[in-house]
Design a protein around this ligand. Structure first.
Ligand code: AMP
Ligand code: MG
Length: 310
């Protein structure tokens, strides 16, 4: 516990100094910086090589802090009560008097916000008097990190400090819902759509495609990519391919990689990025993926793999 506290202190020092740090969350690790600082948020974009028109998610400790920057509404409170802190990001209207850096929003009048549940992320947010902008801590288009080691793999000594919070429990990004007008889903993620629909008592429209007028990098063509070709719906593998499976096969092979022993799709989500990273590190040049049911968390896995295979 003592060690955690001194690491949080260290992290705060870097953040106060407008530096970026690696931050564990329950979804994936973030590349964190002071969301009110132009200097700090500019560093996020250059480190990630992220296009400036891709806005960032801002992380808060409590609603009282959020209200300085955003307009809240009834749907927000319903979902906040049911699911926060947790793997859900809300798009809300930005207040005119907000101090959020223009770099974060790409000068939009809306803001993506989230309350992470990871204990270390919460401790850190509680220790500072500004919110934290934190996209996933990977170079743009590559696989999101789910451990301290993954973050170091991505950035090496380009970032000065990474807080260690163990493996990310959810292992994929947050679900994004826009609450600016009629609620709509902008990204599939760690919280299921059915849970959101149940709480809001309405059917939600989903806007993920590239045709969407709302530009989100999560909806850009290539994303979450291990940098090698991915072939979907493969019932057999070709020579030299790694085979990504959703359940353990009776016959094991050294190039078989299963995401869950018994086809638990939530567990598959958790293991997805870690396994893709492992396959790449082992030197495979191609990945074949077994057919994944397009339902529940299978939707999230298919979404990420299809984008990674573009
Ligand atoms: P990540 O880089 O993984 O943190 O992803 C952040 C996601 O939030 C991206 O898909 C962004 O496009 C999306 N996002 C951030 N701000 C907004 C916004 N104001 N409106 C719509 N999507 C947003
Ligand atoms: Mg990302």
């Amino acid at each position: 516990m003592k060690k955690n506290d001194s690491n949080i202190k260290k992290a705060v020092k870097y953040l106060n100094n407008n530096d970026c740090i690696g931050l564990p969350t329950e979804t994936v690790y973030g590349l964190a910086a002071n969301a009110y600082s132009n200097k700090a948020t500019k560093k996020i974009f250059s480190l990630k090589k992220r296009p400036i028109n891709n806005p960032l998610i801002v992380h808060y400790y409590k609603v009282r802090d959020l209200k300085k920057d955003c307009e809240t509404n009834v749907n927000f409170y319903k979902l906040y009560k049911a699911f926060c802190p947790g793997p859900i990001t809300f798009i809300l209207k930005l207040k005119k008097k907000s101090k959020i850096s223009k770099n974060v929003t790409n000068k939009k009048n809306t803001l993506a916000i989230r309350f992470p549940s990871h204990t270390i992320a919460r401790k850190l947010l509680k220790s500072i008097n500004y919110p934290i902008a934190a996209p996933s801590a990977n170079i743009s288009e590559s696989i999101s990190p789910v451990s301290k080691k993954d973050v170091i793999d991505e950035f090496g000594n380009k970032i000065k400090f990474v807080l260690d919070g163990g493996r990310s429990k959810i292992g994929v990004e947050s679900t994004i819902i826009s609450l600016v007008k009629t609620p709509k889903i902008l990204r599939l993620g760690g919280l299921s759509i059915s849970a959101l629909e149940k709480e809001l008592k309405m059917k939600l429209r989903i806007y993920l495609s590239n045709n969407s007028k709302i530009k989100t990098p999560g909806s850009s063509k290539l994303h979450y990519s291990p940098g090698i070709p991915i072939r979907m719906n493969a019932n057999m593998i070709k020579k030299d391919e790694a085979y990504l499976l959703i359940k353990k096969k009776l016959r094991q092979n050294k190039n078989y990689f299963y995401l869950s022993e018994k086809k638990n799709l939530m567990e598959c989500c958790k293991n997805l990025y870690k396994t893709l990273r492992k396959i790449k590190k082992l030197g495979y040049k191609k990945i074949a993926v077994e057919k994944i049911p397009n339902q529940g968390f299978g939707l999230v896995i298919n979404d990420r793999l299809i984008r990674a295979s573009k």
